[in-house]
Design a binder for this molecule. Structure first.
Ligand SMILES: C[S@@+](CC[C@H](N)C(=O)[O-])C[C@H]1O[C@@H](n2cnc3c(N)ncnc32)[C@H](O)[C@@H]1O
Length: 262
């Protein structure tokens, strides 16, 4: 069905030392970080959907559904789902908008392959293309998509600004980048409890159900270090977007950012 290019990611390699998710980390580590992230998700692919549902109590499905609703099909009838993982958002797009074609891209070939093999229905195969591609440097022409979606992917990308500029380049004028991402929570009482759960409980629970406790340490760090929604809105403006809005969900645990190319 797809034009999937096979990555050279070694999914069997062990990686106990993911770089800290520190936004101030030097640029020299960006390539290594991206390779480590691809390996980590490659190892998690089989467990990924189960862990998502279990740790979010199925809220992740609701957040993604709202992300897909934020998309507005336009003249190209093409949407790019960046960091598509196991294709939850890509498939929700296909099912909500029957006229759309979706290109699902990710740096982890095992994540995409899991989605292709287990989740894509035969009738959908002609409308979805999967491709191993880095959000920072997409192999597609300017203004080729009506919308870009990225769910829980942008906080893994370093430097983030490169991916935001790519989104802007790929969109038609008036097109939207629709970004779903976690954020540090500043709500009194709930915020500190949530951060404590993320750092102390979730990695241990994850270790019980899979070998991915290290991945969940990384998961907590990337959330705590991600910019607050208003700061991320500023980054989107700096990337060239002329209209930027964010909608908080579940006391700000997740946010949908909508950024429109002028
Ligand atoms: C938490 S998963 C999210 C997957 C999917 N979007 C979802 O909603 O479940 C993050 C994904 O981002 C991908 N990723 C990380 N850095 C990336 C990059 N620079 N370019 C493209 N994908 C990237 C990972 O391989 C992983 O599949």
């Amino acid at each position: 069905m797809s034009e999937m290019k096979h990555s050279e990611t070694d999914v069997t390699a062990t990686n106990k030392a993911l770089p800290a998710a520190n936004p101030e980390a030097p640029a020299a580590t960006d390539a290594q970080h991206t390779e480590d992230v691809a390996k980590m998700f490659g190892r998690m692919a089989r467990w990924y959907d189960f862990q998502n549902r279990a740790f979010s109590l199925f809220l992740d499905c609701w957040w993604r559904r709202n992300l897909v609703r934020a998309v507005v099909p336009g003249p190209t009838k093409h949407v790019i789902d960046m960091a598509a993982g196991t294709l939850d958002v890509s498939l929700a797009l296909l099912r909500r908008y029957p006229e759309l074609r979706v290109t699902a891209t990710d740096i982890s070939e095992p994540m995409l392959r899991y989605g292709e093999e287990h989740k894509v229905r035969p009738a959908e195969r002609s409308r979805i293309t999967t491709m191993v591609a880095d959000a920072r440097q997409m192999p597609m022409p300017d203004a080729c998509a009506d919308a870009i979606t990225i769910a829980f992917g942008i906080r893994n990308v370093r430097p983030r600004m490169d991916a935001l500029r790519e989104m802007h380049r790929l969109l038609v004028p008036g097109g939207r980048a629709c970004i779903l991402e976690f954020a540090p929570v500043s709500t009194p009482v709930f915020g500190p409890c949530y951060h404590w759960y993320l750092k102390n409980i979730m990695p241990k629970l994850a270790g019980l159900v899979s070998r991915s406790d290290n991945a969940f340490d990384y998961f907590a760090e990337t959330i705590v270090n991600f910019p607050k929604p208003s700061a991320f809105s500023e980054e989107l403006r700096e990337a060239g977007f002329s209209f930027v809005q964010h909608i908080p969900f579940t006391l700000g645990v997740a946010n949908i950012h909508i950024a429109v190319r002028g």
